[in-house]
Design a protein around this ligand. Structure first.
Ligand SMILES: O=P(O)(O)OC[C@H]1O[C@H](OP(=O)(O)OP(=O)(O)O)[C@H](O)[C@@H]1O
Ligand SMILES: O=c1cc[nH]c(=O)[nH]1
Ligand SMILES: [Mg+2]
Length: 209
């Protein structure tokens, strides 16, 4: 079973409170989402494998560590996941970026897939699927389905706010993946919004309604 971890570093908690505020405007919301994503990427990448490499310093030749193996792909779930990409790229600038387009039907709350574009060789890559919100879990489950269908094996799901319902559903559908959240909130309301949450992340990031 993959792990579920809440990354509750004080800086992450502080920044999350800023964007929960309904008076936080588009510009600040965008900035702070990226800042939180960057802090989370530091924790999420903690177990990346290293290998020994020879390096010649100005003083001598020595053997030290360098990142090994799997190359990282960041996969935002459109639209709101896009808000986390730049923050992660600050830490992992060579990462590739794949896109999964998905929206939640407002009546049924079921996700509808509308776009998928991935780099090649997904089977040999370390994949960070990112979306600020894990609500019913439908979008995350369908995004991971789409990745596995294309050969993906090593997948981590990274969100800002998770609902218990979404964590349960995602773990049941994809027990092999690790899930990271900045916060685990209380529950979903009758419209499928996370309570207390932060509202509609996509609309707040892009200034739409
Ligand atoms: O866990 P779920 O119940 O599937 O809900 C979460 C999804 O809903 C939101 O996207 P939305 O459908 O609002 O699309 P958007 O990002 O384009 O606004 C959010 O960004 C997640 O992708
Ligand atoms: O609270 C929620 C639930 C789904 N999508 C959002 O953007 N916010
Ligand atoms: Mg939205």
């Amino acid at each position: 079973m993959g792990k579920f971890e809440v990354l509750d570093h004080p800086l992450i908690q502080h920044k999350l409170t800023i964007i929960r505020d309904k008076n936080c405007g588009t510009r600040e919301f965008r900035e702070v989402v990226n800042e939180i994503a960057e802090l989370m990427a530091y924790e999420v990448s903690r177990d990346m494998p290293l290998e020994d490499v020879e390096v010649e310093t100005p003083i001598t030749v020595t053997t030290k560590k360098s990142l090994a193996g799997k190359k990282v792909v960041i996969v935002p779930i459109l639209r709101a996941g896009l808000g986390m990409v730049d923050g992660i790229l600050e830490l992992i600038p060579a990462a590739k970026v794949g896109h999964v387009g998905m929206y939640r039907d407002e009546e049924t709350l079921k996700p509808v897939e509308y776009f998928v574009k991935m780099p090649e060789n997904m089977e040999s890559r370390e994949i960070f699927v990112v979306d600020p919100m894990l609500a019913t879990g439908g979008s995350a489950i369908m995004a991971v389905d789409a990745l596995k269908k294309r050969g993906a094996v090593t997948i981590k799901f990274v969100c800002l706010v998770a609902a218990p319902e979404g964590v349960k559903a995602l773990r049941e559908a994809h027990p092999d993946i690790d899930i990271f959240a900045a916060a685990l909130d209380d529950h979903l309301d009758e419209n499928g919004y996370i309570v207390p949450g932060l509202g509609d992340a996509g609309d707040r990031l892009f200034g739409t309604k």
